[in-house]
Each structure stands twice: as structure tokens, then as C-alpha cells.
Design a protein around this ligand. Structure first.
Ligand code: ADE
Length: 243
């Protein structure tokens, strides 16, 4: 069974998302197990302190190394084969490939930060750092939830074999899904593509693959354009033309 552990100060964050739909079914079927570990339980002082002001000054609070590292050690004690992943905007980008990699492993431990971030020395105790994208969340919890959801649905038996087989062949190529339609045949003047009503399965398969390819290419172009614009913006700022 795939085991996920979440090191967090807010275990209640995960209650409702994990108790509906696919994650719920996977957990109930014994295909995945998710345990939260409250990092505050590893604080040793009377006030159960987990954060402190940054050395050198500046705003916000920093997660202290002692309780966080003690919680990581507890996670490793419970599952010696776990991979400890720190969620942070500076980490490796989370993609479908990473989700596949995690789903093929015995389990992961997701370390969620809060406040200004982690004491830098904590990085020495994790196996990798992971980012959901180039934006800053108020904590690692929403990121951990996305990772969990993406991984759980890839576990064998969770989606049922026919769907997952199809999904895997497409994720390998890094291709987006094709467009889907259901009844009615015409909605506010917009028709379902004729080919899907034809009953010709070979034609439908060809059309779907082509649509998926076109979508993926369009997305790739969009990403390249966005990257180019970011680069241009940065150059402008460097040369003092920006605002
Ligand atoms: N914590 C805060 N922002 C994050 C992000 N973008 N990805 C992962 N963890 C985060």
C-alpha cells in the first residue's frame, strides 16, 4: 500500500479534501494510507514553540530546526523507505512525471512550511525540495494536497485499469487529454463534433489523438510566449526601463 505522511502544523486542512471522491475511495479500498504528523508535538518547551524571529532581522517568523527535524525523524522511523519532500517555491517543479515517479515509490513524506519559511539547515534533512509553481502560497499544505491528489489517482487500481492505461500512454508523451462532450448534442447553438456521433471507433480514436496533439502544441506555444515575455520584462527592469 502506498503511504503518504504529511508533516504539518494544520492537520485539519486535509480532513475534508481526503474524505471525498477519489482520494476517499483509494484510502477506503486500502490502496493508499495518509497520516498527518503534527510538528508542534515535537516542540519541547512549555509553549510548544515551532517558529522564531529571523537572525539578521526582517519580517515574519521562521520554522525552527529542532521540532521540524524531530518530526522528520519520526516520519523516517515510521517508514524507513519514505522519501521526504519539502514543499517550497524554490524546489523542483512538480509535474505529471514527478507524480508518476512518486506513485511508483513506496511512499512520500510531505513537509509543509508556514510563515516566512524554514530554517535553511532543515534542507539537509530532506531528500528533495518541490514547488508547485512560480507563486508563493501561504503554506505548503495546498501544495501537498495537489501532490497527494495527483499521485493517488495514479496508484494501480484507483481509477480502474482501462482508464489508467489510456492515461498512462498519454502522460508518457506529455500530451494533454482530448476534448470531451456529453448530452445534449446542441447546447446554445454549439454542436458536438460530428465524428463523435458517427459510431466509427477508428475515426474517433484518430480524431481524439489529433485533438490532444493540437492542444498540447498550443499549450507549449503559450508557455514559450509567457517565458519569452518574462525574460523581456526582466531585461527591461535590469536596464532601468521598467517601472
Ligand atoms: N509553499 C509556498 N509556496 C509554495 C509553492 N509554490 N510550491 C510549494 N510549496 C510552497
Amino acid at each position: 500500500m502506498f503511504h503518504a505522511q504529511i508533516l504539518t502544523l494544520f492537520p485539519e486542512f486535509f480532513d475534508s479534501p481526503l474524505s471525498c471522491s477519489i482520494p476517499k475511495r483509494a484510502i477506503e479500498a486500502g490502496l493508499a494510507r495518509v497520516d498527518c504528523i503534527q510538528m508542534r508535538d515535537f516542540a519541547t518547551d512549555r509553549h510548544r514553540t515551532v517558529d522564531d524571529a529571523p537572525y539578521g532581522g526582517g519580517p515574519g517568523m521562521v520554522l525552527k530546526p529542532e521540532p521540524v527535524v524531530a518530526a522528520i525523524r519520526e516520519a523516517r522511523r515510521r517508514h524507513a523507505d519514505t522519501r521526504v519532500v519539502m514543499l517550497t517555491p524554490g524546489g523542483r517543479r512538480f509535474t505529471q512525471d514527478v507524480a508518476l515517479e512518486y506513485a511508483a515509490s513506496p511512499g512520500v513524506t510531505l513537509l509543509c512550511g508556514r510563515y516566512e519559511g524554514f530554517d535553511e539547515r532543515i534542507c539537509d534533512y530532506v531528500d528533495e525540495q518541490l514547488s508547485l509553481g512560480d507563486y508563493v502560497l501561504s503554506g505548503g499544505e495546498p501544495a501537498a494536497l495537489c501532490v497527494l491528489d495527483a499521485v493517488i489517482r495514479l496508484l494501480p487500481g484507483v481509477l480502474g485499469s482501462p482508464e489508467s492505461a489510456v492515461l498512462d500512454s498519454f502522460t508518457e508523451e506529455g500530451i494533454l487529454d482530448w476534448p470531451h462532450y456529453t448530452r445534449p448534442e446542441v447546447f446554445e447553438g454549439k454542436r458536438v463534433p460530428q465524428v463523435l456521433l458517427s459510431g466509427n471507433h477508428a475515426e474517433i480514436e484518430r480524431w481524439r489523438r489529433e485533438q490532444a496533439r493540437l492542444r498540447s502544441e498550443a499549450r507549449r506555444r503559450l508557455c514559450e510566449k509567457a517565458r519569452e515575455e518574462t525574460r523581456k520584462g526582466a531585461q527591461k527592469k535590469d536596464s532601468g526601463q521598467g517601472d
